[in-house]
Design a protein around this ligand. Structure first.
Ligand SMILES: [Zn+2]
Length: 503
């Protein structure tokens, strides 16, 4: 048996509105309004089975207990909240829950820093140097590498570890350079957006030499897929810069080679994990480039899309939106595919800002003008009613990354995240993790926790979770036929999850 949520009768609501202010409100009318809001939220129209309702009862009970705790994780900085979240029974349920797809994740922040230090930096021929801005750089090389500007001379890590008394300290200090996560006070460590973004960019430069070394590149992506798969994510859309990957002798491969390597590893991983649906690549370029570089990048992306039509999903640009050039600056380059009648779907980051009214703040409308397929972050969407309306009407989903927005200082208390309002009216949203390794998370479960407990409070329920997971397939770049197949597989896993956890 299942219970079909009923849209409250319009006449009841209308009468209620007429009656408001005339006398003591009628409890039935009040109930009708409450039901109307419940119906409007993400998952509010979901039909729940008996087993799902039993799981919901359990979830509500543990959520009430969690909300009553002295420290409420979504109200805290994630770095302080992480240990609390790890002990949460809701979190362990969310880890087991089949979450569908991760649609907003970046290439070099899939795998935790510990794996990089313990695995990658222990490989032979790994050199490290210290920059004059207190960061580090790496390179694998068969011979002593040429010195880098503004960096100490290269030290072979193998020799360095042999000479170091306490290698744990050395490893810890390397690790601190590969993630934003810190045990120190996060507010003091990162007092402003500028400070946290500067460190963010330094980390990418530090990672670069490690992850663009061909053998590591392949292992890293495989490990990244493993971490998402382990977190019960069945599909991934990865934003990837497609760097020129290098070999030990210093020779490099072109970008098509890199895309092909992603494809090969995805095929291998999917063959070895039958219930994993696969991955697709959104090719990215840094938004700091000029118009002519962008034109070349778009032309190259059009060619790659033609050569890898099923594996490449589309195109986007990365880097701090507030500091980069706005979409409008690149309008000519970004109009090329439409002009030439070539398919190159866009998945633009837009509205990852709190600088209302600036050029960058127009990115949301411009992304929609340029026919974006989804919106990355859309943090500023509530400030743009027209963009919000268009996004809803066209089914252009917003990729919400709660922990990223908090760590990068757009919002402090996740109960106040704009997506809480979007979810209260079932705006098309998906939950993703952006740069999990940099934020000290993995997979999607931490971000699902913040969305479920923080955005929704007590009112979000098992239907909300189900809707979010289904959205991640519905708004993916997969074809209608692939979506149907992925949805069937997800449903099978969901039913199993519900039957094992409703008690
Ligand atoms: Zn992003």
């Amino acid at each position: 048996m299942s219970v079909q949520p009923q849209r409250p009768h319009a006449a009841v609501v209308f009468l209620c509105l007429l009656a408001c202010g005339l006398a003591i409100p009628d409890p039935r009318q009040r109930e009708a309004l409450i039901q109307l809001e419940a119906f409007m939220q993400t998952g509010g129209q979901m039909v729940l089975t008996d087993a799902e309702q039993r799981l919901d009862t359990l979830l509500l009970k543990i959520k009430q207990e969690e909300t009553a705790r002295e420290h409420f994780p979504p109200a805290m900085h994630f770095f302080r909240a992480r240990d609390l979240i790890r002990t949460s029974p809701i979190f362990s349920l969310l880890q087991k829950m089949p979450k569908g797809g991760a649609l907003h994740v970046h290439d070099f922040s899939m795998v935790d820093a510990e794996w990089l230090v313990k695995n990658v930096t222990y490989r032979p021929h790994c050199y490290m140097c210290w920059t004059d801005s207190q960061s580090i750089r790496f390179i694998f090389s068969s011979q002593q590498p040429k010195p880098l500007p503004r960096c100490s001379s290269w030290a072979l890590l193998e020799n360095l570890r042999a000479k170091t008394i306490n290698t744990t300290d050395l490893d810890d200090s390397i690790m601190r350079n590969l993630t934003l996560f810190t045990d120190q006070d996060p507010e003091a460590t990162y007092p402003s957006q500028d400070v946290v973004w500067d460190k963010f960019e330094q980390i990418f430069l530090a990672l670069w030499g490690l992850v663009t070394y061909a053998p590591v590149f392949r292992d890293y992506f495989y490990q990244g897929l493993t971490q998402f798969y382990t977190d019960n994510v069945m599909y991934l859309e990865l934003r990837a810069l497609l760097p020129e990957v290098y070999e030990l002798d210093g020779s490099t491969h072109d970008r098509a080679w890199t895309l092909k390597a992603y494809q090969d590893i995805t095929r291998q991983f999917t063959a070895e994990h039958q219930d994993f649906f696969g991955a697709r690549i959104i090719v990215t370029i840094h938004r700091g480039v000029n118009a002519s570089v962008m034109t070349e990048a778009v032309k190259e992306a059009m060619k790659l899309k033609k050569d890898f039509p099923d594996f490449m999903a589309g195109f986007d640009m990365v880097g701090r939106e507030d500091r980069g050039r706005p979409l409008w600056y690149f309008r000519e380059a970004l109009s090329l595919p439409a002009e030439k009648g070539v398919s190159l779907p866009f998945f633009f980051h837009a509205g990852e800002t709190d600088l209302e009214g600036t050029e960058v703040d127009q990115n949301l409308l411009d992304a929609l003008l340029l026919n974006t397929s989804r919106i990355g972050h859309g943090f500023a969407l509530l400030h743009h009613p027209v963009a919000k309306d268009l996004s809803r009407k066209r089914g252009v989903a917003v990729e919400v990354c709660p922990i990223s927005n908090q760590v990068l200082k757009l919002v402090k208390d996740l109960r106040n995240h704009p997506a809480a309002a979007l979810m209260s009216e079932n705006h098309p949203v998906v939950i993703s993790s952006d740069d999990p390794a940099l934020f000290g998370t993995s997979g999607l479960s931490y971000d699902f926790y913040e969305a479920f407990v923080g955005f929704g409070g007590i009112k979000s329920h098992v239907g909300s979770l189900k809707q979010l997971a289904m959205n991640s397939i519905r708004y993916s770049s997969l074809t209608a036929q692939q979506q149907e197949k992925a949805m069937d597989e997800w449903q099978r896993r969901w039913n199993k999850f519900v039957s094992e956890n409703h008690f």
